[in-house]
Design a protein around this ligand. Structure first.
Ligand SMILES: Nc1ncnc2c1ncn2[C@@H]1O[C@H](COP(=O)(O)OP(=O)(O)OP(=O)(O)O)[C@@H](O)[C@H]1O
Length: 289
């Protein structure tokens, strides 16, 4: 049974359990004509231990740039990111990343692809085989460990990508549109799979998605960005229905209401407040300043 259930956190834990701290990140690029493009301006937010946070917003608002900065693939123009209190200055084993297309080595088996990242870290052969095997089992691919990428479906290839990222036991798993290249049915299966993996590992996850339904369904909080320049417009608590089976939550009125709030945020509008009913979400009140 798949549910969206983060390990419970007390109020005190919430303040101290910050894993990813994005502080006043600005990023400018030069385009082909030498003009400055302000991809991100003054972006700040935090991700707590075991949280699932989605980054969403219109095309060009800087989602991928932000994820790449957290990964250490890109340097901010100013501001910075810390992971577990350590400033990010490049890629490191505390972060694993999954791309839109798994980008596997075609000549290696699924197991061999997972071992690849461990080899680069100098892990002895026997140990890395064992660790890779565990990661492959974790994503439900034990039966296909010796198949090469062309013998795997799109969903299976993404699972290998997730296993490769998890094998290094990162503090945070970063995912850039991980399911957007998959057909609708496989995508739904992979969403359930991700929540199962999260329930079993308690990993902190930050993922980029264009898909509002997916963001609301999977994430505990959604950071919404607006473009020109890319900046945070709001942070919405989407942990509604945590503990409810995924299939029951898909299409539920609560989820539809959060999706509507998210849509308004992304389009630069204020969130409508109900006349009666629950208080506005805490994170929205705190972080929207
Ligand atoms: N290497 C680069 N050189 C120049 N401009 C860049 C570069 N990378 C990103 N940009 C610009 O920065 C802005 C943000 O791009 P980014 O890819 O992060 O947005 P995004 O929200 O992920 O977009 P999409 O949803 O379409 O993938 C865009 O204006 C883009 O053209």
């Amino acid at each position: 049974m798949t549910t969206k259930a983060s390990p419970s956190r007390t109020g005190a834990d919430r303040d101290t359990d910050v894993i990813v701290d994005v502080q006043n990140v600005c990023k400018s690029f030069r385009d082909d004509r030498g003009r400055e493009v302000h991809a991100l301006r003054d972006v700040s937010f935090q991700v707590r231990r075991s949280e699932i946070v989605a980054l969403t917003g219109q095309s060009g608002c800087g989602k991928t740039t932000l994820l790449r900065i957290i990964m250490g693939l890109e340097r901010p123009t100013s501001g910075g990111v810390s992971v577990n209190g350590v400033r990010v200055r490049g890629c490191g084993p505390d972060r694993g990343i999954v791309f839109q297309n798994a980008e596997l080595l075609p000549w290696r088996t699924a197991l061999g692809n997972v071992e690849f990242g461990l080899e680069a870290r100098g892990m002895p052969k026997e140990k890395r085989r064992e660790v890779a095997r565990q990661a492959i089992e974790l994503v439900g691919l034990g039966h296909a460990a010796h198949r090469r990428p062309h013998e795997l479906s799109g969903g299976m290839r993404q699972r290998v990508g997730i296993a490769r990222a998890l094998a290094i036991d990162p503090a945070v798993l970063l995912m850039d549109e991980p399911f957007s290249a998959l057909d609708a049915q496989t995508r739904e299966n992979m969403q359930a799979e991700l929540l199962d993996i999260h329930a079993r590992t308690g990993k902190t996850i930050v993922f980029v998605s264009h898909d509002l339904d997916e963001s609301v369904l999977l994430a505990d909080r959604v950071v919404t960005l607006v473009p020109d320049p890319g900046r945070v417009h709001g942070v919405l608590d989407t942990s509604v229905g945590a503990g409810t089976p995924l299939d029951e939550r898909r299409g539920s009125p609560e989820l539809a209401a959060r999706r509507h709030e998210l849509w308004r945020l992304i389009h630069g509008r204020e969130v409508e407040r109900p006349q009666k009913g629950p208080e506005p979400h805490e994170s929205y009140k705190e972080e929207r300043a």
